[in-house]
Design a protein around this ligand. Structure first.
Ligand code: GDP
Ligand code: K
Ligand code: MG
Length: 293
């Protein structure tokens, strides 16, 4: 039996549906999804295993112009997406005009790696709009194979996946076949908490927050975790905690429910909030959180 394996990188503007597609391929919630831009900060590998294939997907942060250190290192993750892929997925959405970054767009149209151009969210469009935008995008990226899809409805997702497997090189597996991701368990705890913060707090709060899981103990029937939510200012700490701790409690309860589903086990999650001034602009601290590698 011939075995195929390789790397697939998903790139595109913020909010087009990259994380949703990756989760649809994998069938587990590995990558957090919200309607806010910059939800995904790291490159996340997700692995789909079959008897005769292994697809290693990487979900990248959306393409943005860096405004501060955190964003600059987020863009390094995106740039590296061109260097180690066997297949490149370039995702756009219905209604989108073009990539803001010209140089980046050129890299896609000149890519030596096969490109699949996915026009996502077609569930939101009518036939006329779909035909018009399909033509525009196929002209813009003539080197790509084109697929209109809906990541949430699952439309055309299987066909894209089958095409990926056709394009992969003959190769043994890179990771053990029972592995779903390259990220440690604590990473998913951090992300589950960060997702709830993105959902429940307004404006600048989510962008000033980093989560660090300091303890992760797995016992027979329960996993005990302790995580710290770091903010930049005292006032933000007060907002995160809320009146009599009510806001923080909601984050904890909801994150715990997701984590129990994810790990398939009872979870005890202790959360606390700490002021850590200026973490977004501090190279050393960013390194500690895994941004600069
Ligand atoms: P990313 O920033 O590119 O990773 O985008 P996300 O996967 O986080 O999705 C951004 C938003 O678009 C979320 O609210 C998703 O539910 C929504 N979304 C993703 N795919 C689709 C789709 O096929 N149709 C519709 N209507 N919404 C989608
Ligand atoms: K998003
Ligand atoms: Mg994302």
């Amino acid at each position: 039996m011939m075995h195929k394996a390789g790397f697939v990188n998903i790139i595109g503007n913020p909010n087009v549906g990259k994380s949703t597609l990756m989760n649809a391929f994998i069938g587990e919630k590995l990558s957090i999804i919200t309607s806010k831009a910059q939800t995904t900060r790291h490159r996340i590998l997700g692995i789909v295993n079959g008897e005769d294939f292994q697809v290693i997907l990487s979900d990248t942060p959306g393409i943005i112009k860096p405004a501060y250190e955190l964003q600059a290192s987020m863009m390094d993750f995106v740039k590296s997406a061109f260097e180690d892929a066997d297949v490149l997925i370039y995702m756009v959405e219905i209604g989108e005009k073009e990539l803001k970054d010209e140089a980046f767009f050129k890299k896609i149209t000149n890519s030596k790696i096969p490109v699949l151009l996915l026009l996502n969210k077609i569930d939101k469009s009518n036939q006329e709009q779909l035909e018009e935008q399909s033509e525009i995008w196929q002209n813009k990226v003539p080197n790509a194979e084109f697929f209109p899809i809906s990541a949430t409805e699952g439309f055309n997702v299987q066909n894209v996946f089958n095409r990926i497997i056709e394009l992969l090189p003959k190769s043994p597996a890179f990771y053990p076949k029972d592995q779903l991701t390259d990220k440690p368990e604590r990473f998913f705890v951090n992300e589950a908490i960060r997702e709830k913060i993105l959902m429940h707090y307004k404006k600048e709060i989510p962008y000033a927050v980093e989560v660090d899981t300091e303890e992760f103990f797995e016992e027979d029937n329960i996993i005990r975790m302790r995580s710290v939510i770091m903010v930049e200012r005292e006032t933000q700490k007060g907002i995160i905690i809320g009146h009599k701790g009510s806001a923080l409690k909601r984050v904890g309860v909801e994150a715990r429910k997701d984590l129990e589903k994810f790990f398939g086990k009872q979870v005890h999650l202790e959360l606390y909030v700490k002021v850590n001034k200026n973490w977004r602009n501090d190279q050393r601290q960013l390194k500690r959180f895994g941004y600069n590698q």
